[in-house]
Design a protein around this ligand. Structure first.
Ligand SMILES: *[C@@H]1O[C@H](CO)[C@@H](O)[C@H](O)[C@H]1NC(C)=O
Ligand SMILES: [Ca+2]
Ligand SMILES: [Ca+2]
Length: 241
């Protein structure tokens, strides 16, 4: 058996030698090839199986510091602060006017008192109406109860104011002027003789003998009229004359 193996080995060697001399490329052609086989190296085997799990290692070193976190929520509001000190006194304002008044479309202001919607002022007089109507006696009574007097103009400015107030109401007003006491002699309610007048043409005519009061047309002109007419009454506050 051993002998047989040796022969096979020898046979193999001779075969290799024979193979080398014919196939091997050598640097020097003159030299016969040495007995070194030029076979290719075998490839690596498959990797072995994983080994068993090793013992547990020691704890690692402390890690690096982490990045900064997001800002937290706002805290509760603080206590109320103390009261501030008093500011400096402001500059003195302009002095107020003496009974200054403005009037526009019935909106009248006198020293900060608003006469709305039916008042007007002329000088220190205030003419005002609630828009009510009545006969002469009723109108006189209502006006005096209200602490005024039935309006009775002493000049064209006052007449225009009464005319304007009547125009807002689209009504004709009574004046305090009358000739009740003496026919044909018109006076104011306080008995004062008529200075200013603004009669329409052909007036006063004492029509049918019963016209002892005065109404104001939309033109501002006067007409004598019955005491029992029902007309707008305009009150006169403040001075009468
Ligand atoms: C007198 O005046 C009234 C208005 O008050 C008028 O209706 C009348 O026509 C006048 N009469 C005369 C004669 O002018
Ligand atoms: Ca008359
Ligand atoms: Ca008349």
């Amino acid at each position: 058996m051993h002998f047989h193996a040796f022969h096979i080995l020898l046979l193999g060697m001779s075969l290799v030698q024979e193979y080398n001399s014919s196939q091997c490329t050598c640097e020097e052609k003159t030299n016969t090839c040495t007995f070194i086989p030029c076979g290719m190296p075998g490839s690596n085997g498959l990797p072995g199986r994983d080994g068993k799990e090793g013992p547990k290692g020691e704890n690692g070193e402390l890690g690096l510091r982490g990045a900064q976190g997001l800002p937290g929520k706002a805290g509760p509001s603080g206590p109320k602060g103390e009261k501030g000190s008093v500011g400096e006194r402001g500059p003195t304002g302009p002095s107020g006017g003496q009974g200054k008044q403005t009037s526009l479309f019935g909106l009248t202001r006198i020293d900060g008192v608003l006469l709305f919607p039916n008042g007007m002022t002329v000088g220190e007089k205030i003419f005002k109406t609630e828009g009510s109507e009545g006969n002469f006696e009723t109108s006189k009574a209502v006006c005096s109860q209200a602490g005024g007097l039935l309006a009775s103009p002493r000049n064209s400015a006052e007449n225009s104011a009464i005319q304007q107030i009547a125009a807002w109401h689209k009504k004709m007003p009574f004046l305090g002027i009358n000739d009740i006491q003496t026919e044909g002699t018109f006076k104011h309610l306080n008995g004062e003789a008529l200075g200013y007048s603004n009669w329409a043409s052909n007036e006063p005519n004492n029509s049918e003998g019963i016209e002892d009061c005065v109404e104001v047309h939309s033109s501002g002109k006067w007409n004598d009229k019955s005491l029992y007419s029902c007309l707008l009454y305009v009150k006169n506050y403040g001075p009468i004359k």
